[in-house]
Ligand binder design. Structure first.
Ligand SMILES: NC(=O)C1=CN([C@@H]2O[C@H](COP(=O)(O)OP(=O)(O)OC[C@H]3O[C@@H](n4cnc5c(N)ncnc54)[C@H](O)[C@@H]3O)[C@@H](O)[C@H]2O)C=CC1
Ligand SMILES: O=C(O)C(=O)COP(=O)(O)O
Length: 530
């Protein structure tokens, strides 16, 4: 059945066309995102949800979204999406990180000029026939200090425009390297320095716990008298009532505000103040940017729903469309190895080490590790998948490490997974042959070559005569056909294991009987998703 996507915000028609062209069913209901109850009532019908900033993807919505696999944000900021809740449910959240950055940077510059020259008020006055030439005295931009808080994609574009306008550009961003600052022709400074020196301050950080309220009364008190503040990032970065007070007192000479603490902003302490220029979250609203983000989000979501390719996901490593078919057999293998260990390990797992040897070592191992963790955790939580598994492992305090190695054995590539519990370490290794089918090649350091079946019986024993006969008899007595019987041992008379690929699962009573056999140590009935 074709995947089905809901577009719940205003997106360019290009997005709808792309979904259709790619064989994805699409419902375009651009006002639905604003009506949270109506959205909640229909969300269980969809595999994908395409949004902008009006739709709030809350924990409640996610809980109701029983089929949802992907949320696509046609834009950058994802503070309207509960990403941890989505991750826990295995839903990918993706955005379009570059499609509207130039446009948003241009809006910040536009607001800077609008504030510097009081353009909106001058326009209203002039059109009212007042000709108030003396009222609208402005300030020049050239030579002024532009302080950028958050110098990522948008901040860097604003910086280059600022340099082009002959401003002295300084930036505060903990992740801005000295090299990058030099390349942009700007000066990296601490926040206090930026507050002290800037004539114009513009914000370009995401909304996080750290950035929330970064411009409050305390911050404003450190700023130059007559500073002008531009916010095209997120409303909550600026405490609106503190900014309003500072404008009223004359400490701040003007502000350009595109984003608000509550949106849509029907009211704000900033409304009606002199030299405050407001726009209704228009930063990304140009024809070009909306075309870019619509096209990109529809392509990314279709790719994921149709081929499993992952691009620009915020809670899952990227898998390109070219990579997806090569990666698929190793994703399956990693999941099966994880699943084996998850099913046979009863103690809490403390650490997982995954060795990627040869071919898989050259692949996207983050995706493979996510698959291995999903397999590992599945016996504990049925709904875990590649998206949620790393978070679940972290929340359980499991330390995960990866080792990539050049080809070191007879196989072109294999994966070895070792888990450590408080009591022991256990490892399992496997490979994927050219038929794409996974094989176990080593269990507990004992070599073997076992095909993976849906139902398998795993036993440990001391290497001695009669084990095969006893296991065979148990199966035949219960009318269970053995498709494949694999054995391995470390030394003659030492530790041995058996893996029986069964056509049907064994009843619990039969398993209890097997466990009671003198020659058998551990006996587990395993099931694999093959
Ligand atoms: N008004 C609008 O319509 C639009 C608003 N936006 C907003 O702009 C924000 C920035 O977008 P991009 O530049 O693309 O994101 P980005 O991720 O490329 O850059 C954000 C930068 O902020 C920095 N940062 C994080 N925490 C910080 C802190 N505590 N102090 C200083 N810097 C910090 C990061 O290191 C990063 O360099 C988005 O998160 C979104 O909320 C984006 C597009 C349109
Ligand atoms: O991309 C962003 O982060 C934006 O804020 C743009 O929001 P919008 O898509 O215009 O509702």
């Amino acid at each position: 059945m074709a995947p089905r996507v809901l577009v719940s915000d205003q997106l360019s028609p290009t997005a709808v066309q792309i979904f259709k062209d790619r064989g994805v069913e699409v419902d375009y209901l651009p006002d639905l995102g604003k009506d949270k109850d109506a959205l909640l009532a229909v969300i269980d019908q969809y595999d994908g949800l395409a949004i902008r900033s009006a739709t709030k993807v809350t924990e409640k919505l996610i809980a109701a979204a029983t089929k949802l696999k992907v949320v696509g944000r046609a834009g950058i900021g994802v503070d309207n999406v509960d990403i941890p809740a989505a991750s826990r449910k295995g839903i990918i959240v993706m955005n379009t990180p570059f499609g509207n950055s130039i446009t948003t940077a241009e809006h910040a510059i536009a607001l800077m000029f609008a504030v510097a020259r009081q353009l909106p008020a001058a326009d209203i006055s002039t059109q009212a026939g007042k000709w108030e030439k003396n009222r609208f005295m402005g300030v020049e931009i050239t030579g002024k200090v532009l302080g950028i808080i958050g110098c990522g994609n948008i901040g860097a574009i604003v910086a280059s425009r600022g340099v082009g306008l002959k401003m002295k550009v300084i930036a505060f961003d903990p992740f801005l390297s000295a090299d990058r600052a030099a390349q942009l022709g700007i000066e990296k400074v601490e926040l206090e320095t930026l507050f002290k020196r800037a004539d114009f301050i513009t914000l370009h950080t995401p909304m996080t716990e750290k950035t929330k309220g970064i411009i409050d009364a305390k911050a404003i008190a450190q700023m130059k008298d007559g500073v002008r503040i531009i916010n095209c990032a997120r409303g909550g970065l600026v405490v609106e009532k503190d900014l309003a007070e500072a404008i009223k007192s004359g400490k701040v000479a003007g502000a350009g505000v595109d984003v608000f603490e509550t949106e849509p902003a029907k009211d704000s302490p900033l409304f009606g103040l002199d030299n405050v220029v407001c726009t209704p979250h228009l930063g990304a609203s140009t024809e070009e940017a909306q075309e870019n983000v619509a096209l990109q989000v529809a392509e990314q979501m279709s790719d994921y729903l149709i081929s499993g390719a992952v691009q620009n996901a915020l809670n899952m490593p990227s898998i390109s469309a070219e990579e997806a078919p090569l990666l698929t057999p190793f994703v399956k293998l990693a999941e099966i190895l994880g699943s084996f260990v998850g099913q046979v390990t009863e103690d809490p797992i403390k650490a997982v080490e995954i060795v990627y040897d040869g071919a898989p070592g050259a692949m996207n191992t983050r995706a493979l590790t996510s698959a291995a963790l999903a397999g590992l955790l599945k016996p504990l939580m049925q709904s875990v998948n590649m998206v949620s598994a790393p978070l679940m492992a972290k929340e359980r305090g499991i330390i995960v490490s990866e080792v990539r190695r050049d080809k070191s054995g007879v196989f072109d590539g294999y994966i070895k997974l070792t888990v450590t519990t408080e009591k022991f370490s256990r490892s399992v290794a496997g490979t994927s042959f050219s038929d794409g089918k996974p094989r176990f090649i080593q269990i507990k350091d004992i070599n073997m070559e076992a095909e993976v079946g849906r139902h398998m019986l795993y036993t440990t024993n001391h290497d001695e005569p009669g084990v095969i006969g006893e296991l065979g008899t148990m199966c035949s007595k219960n009318n269970i056909n053995i498709a494949n019987f694999h054995l391995g041992r470390n030394t003659k008379g030492g530790d041995a294991i058996a893996m029986l690929y069964l056509d049907e699962p064994l009843e619990e009573a039969v398993m209890a009987e097997i466990r009671s056999l003198k020659k058998i140590g551990q006996a587990k009935l395993l099931s694999f998703d093959v």
